[in-house]
Write a protein that binds this ligand. Structure first.
Ligand code: F6P
Length: 341
């Protein structure tokens, strides 16, 4: 068989582990040929690729980023993108494409699959917001990085008796905020699923100071917004792909909290450090298993499917199901976190 692999959308620790696993399983165990498209769907649309053999993937398991490069170009956004992709798949004699990506990539994968192209998707994102899989690789690394940062920020917050408002990634879901906030023992966690009331938040932090504590750490997810009418708030603009550009909720919150509490407050935006660098062992294993199962799905003709973790098993789920809705933080998970704040 001849298989094409690509990585698309925002990068994420573990992408190289999937690529390596696909190549090992396909080349060594099945005698396949694997090619890697450069810069995501753009590579397929422009027929820009290279051969991936065992040498090409040697030493990449622990490396962050993606050796293939990535971009946010989606076939659906380009006139004639689907026909172009179909033509290149035929010209290159490809039996399957394995796109590794998040929500946008998997939506594009579904579009191409519905158009008859042989696709098996692999979900990735630090945000952990893909429905139909318990976890995406990259999430554990992002939570680990954010937790370490929060541990460090606690000591400087304490030295200066400050309130630190730490903004983490996650887009429209609060998984990174919830997990890193719980792991680091943050004093408040603010997620997009539950619009915040700035006065309630002020009271929570204020009570901590009244109890004699000298500092506070508030973790806020980048997509969090105030409850309507409770605070002036500037929302972000939208980029060309329809993604909201987040406007720095931590900056706005720190101004409000400083004023309302009469305590020094500082915003800290962790940003892309959360998705750079080496993946954790957990993410390496999950990514490797996803790659292995994606190749098996190709050999079993299970096109239009995506690999997914359920408990400890890797299953296949329809791409249509995976992109139906985002996996948000359920209210009971937030309640559990609240009682330990
Ligand atoms: O979806 C992954 C993610 O890292 C989000 O958490 C974040 O909002 C976004 O990508 C950042 O995207 P960009 O790399 O375009 O700034």
């Amino acid at each position: 068989m001849r298989i094409g692999v690509l990585t698309s959308g925002g990068d994420c620790p573990g992408l190289n582990a999937v690529i390596r696993s696909v190549v090992h399983r396909a080349v060594v165990d099945h005698g396949d040929e694997v090619i890697g498209f450069h810069d995501g769907w753009k590579g397929l649309l422009e027929c820009d690729y290279r051969k991936l053999d065992l040498d090409a993937v040697s030493g990449i398991l622990a490396r962050g980023g993606t050796i293939l490069g990535s971009s946010r170009v989606q076939p659906a956004h380009l006139r004639g993108g689907v026909e172009q992709a179909r033509g290149h798949v035929a010209d290159l004699g490809l039996d399957a494409i394995i796109p590794i990506g998040g929500e946008g990539t998997l939506k594009a994968a579904r579009l191409l699959s519905d158009a008859g192209l042989p696709i098996v998707g692999v979900p990735k994102t630090i945000d952990n917001d893909i429905a139909s899989t318990d976890v995406t690789f990259g999430f554990d690394t992002a939570v680990t990085v954010a937790t370490e940062a929060l541990d460090r920020l606690k000591t400087t917050a304490e030295s200066h008796q400050r309130v630190l408002i730490v903004e983490v990634m996650g887009r429209h879901t609060g998984w990174i905020a919830l997990h890193s906030g719980m792991a680091a023992g943050a004093h408040a966690i603010v997620v997009p699923e539950r619009p915040f009331d700035v006065q309630e938040l002020t009271d929570v932090v204020g009570k901590r100071f009244e109890a004699g504590k000298k500092f506070a750490i508030v973790v806020v997810s980048e997509g969090a917004k105030p409850r309507e009418g409770t605070m002036d708030f500037t929302s972000g603009a939208t980029d060309v792909y329809g993604h909201e550009r987040f406007s720095g909720v931590a900056n706005q919150l720190s101004v409000e909290l400083e004023e309302r509490l009469g305590k020094e407050a500082r915003p800290v935006i962790l940003g892309h450090v959360q998705r750079g660098g080496t993946p954790t062992a957990y993410d390496r294993v999950l990514a490797t298993r996803f790659g292995w199962h994606a190749v098996e799905a190709v050999h079993n003709g299970r096109f239009g499917m995506m690999t997914a973790l359920h408990g400890t098993d890797i299953d296949l789920v329809p791409l249509s199901e995976a992109v139906e809705h985002l996996k948000t933080v359920p209210v009971e998970r937030y309640t559990e976190a609240e009682c330990v704040l």
